[in-house]
Design a protein around this ligand. Sequence first.
Ligand SMILES: NC(=O)c1ccc[n+]([C@@H]2O[C@H](COP(=O)([O-])OP(=O)(O)OC[C@H]3O[C@@H](n4cnc5c(N)ncnc54)[C@H](OP(=O)(O)O)[C@@H]3O)[C@@H](O)[C@H]2O)c1
Length: 314
Amino acid sequence: MGRPVHVVTGATSGMGLFLASALAEGGALVVAGARRPEAADALRARVPLGRLAVLPLDLLDPASVAAFAGAVRTLPGAASGIDALVCNAGLQVPGAPVLTPDGMDETFAANVFGHVLLVGLLMPALAPGAAVVTLGSGTHDPRNRLARLFGFRGGAFASVEALATGSGMAKGSDRYAAAKLCCILYAHAMARRHEGECLRFHAFDPGLMPGTGLARERPAPVRFAWHYILPAMRALVPGVSSPEKSARALAGHLLSGWGGRPSGAYVEFTGRPAPAAALATDDARADAMMAGLGRLAAARGWSLATNGAATPAG
Ligand SMILES: NC(=O)c1ccc[n+]([C@@H]2O[C@H](COP(=O)([O-])OP(=O)(O)OC[C@H]3O[C@@H](n4cnc5c(N)ncnc54)[C@H](OP(=O)(O)O)[C@@H]3O)[C@@H](O)[C@H]2O)c1
């Protein structure tokens, strides 16, 4: 039997960097997507030669997502299937929405749509028993006190189309929280659609991980607190983690099963079930979101089947 193959997006920074090295240490071949090849230097320094393949991927660009999926599917090391696909890349854009050339809000495109297309295109290449993981966040939950402290009001959206363009969502924190709600809903919806099959879908909450690149577009005082003050609070405040710790927790799940948790479970970095807002496990909301994602895909030339598989439309 060959090495397990784990595809990880956003492995050039933050938790993804530690996740890639933990998975490679555990014996996996890590296939990483990077939008800037030079940004993968830190990754190459951490992961032993022969356990890493870095391929170009910009989640804001559906053509790049399709090219990445095609390249992964033809990698010699991945011939026997992909054992895990971790949709870890993420982005926060403070202030007004910034649109991609095809008119999608960048926060939604990077956190949600690019990954939905990627999962859909890689679905035929997933090995039996494979796990697909999306990254949730306490910011999706309006009851989360830590998130509220940072100005997050919880995830809500009128329609997928409105969220996809950032329409009526002037605050970047609202778009991010809603995008993270979609990531959790997606794992929930996909688990239901694949019930009785051996594919698993999970959402993972890494906790608050100060010090990562996620705050790179925030004002200087926020970045200072993010990098120098908040990390000191890790031992004191529940819900605060580090990228190393959360990556080890997620790698543990990926390498040794999910501790008996059913497909669809939303798990946090402590290994406990992650607190989820009622909306995040609402079947009707999940179905409406999947239908909306299908319409967005169709408008870009892709057809999304009920099971989430993506093929060129027409
Ligand atoms: N930090 C937290 O407190 C926290 C809390 C809850 C959830 N999360 C989630 O955890 C995940 C990892 O975040 P992090 O904190 O480790 O952030 P990070 O250090 O900023 O890492 C994000 C990664 O995503 C990549 N990325 C961003 N936009 C991309 C695009 N268009 N195409 C391809 N890759 C792209 C980045 O690549 P570049 O290096 O090229 O920018 C980077 O590798 C995210 O999904 C985030 O939402 C984080």
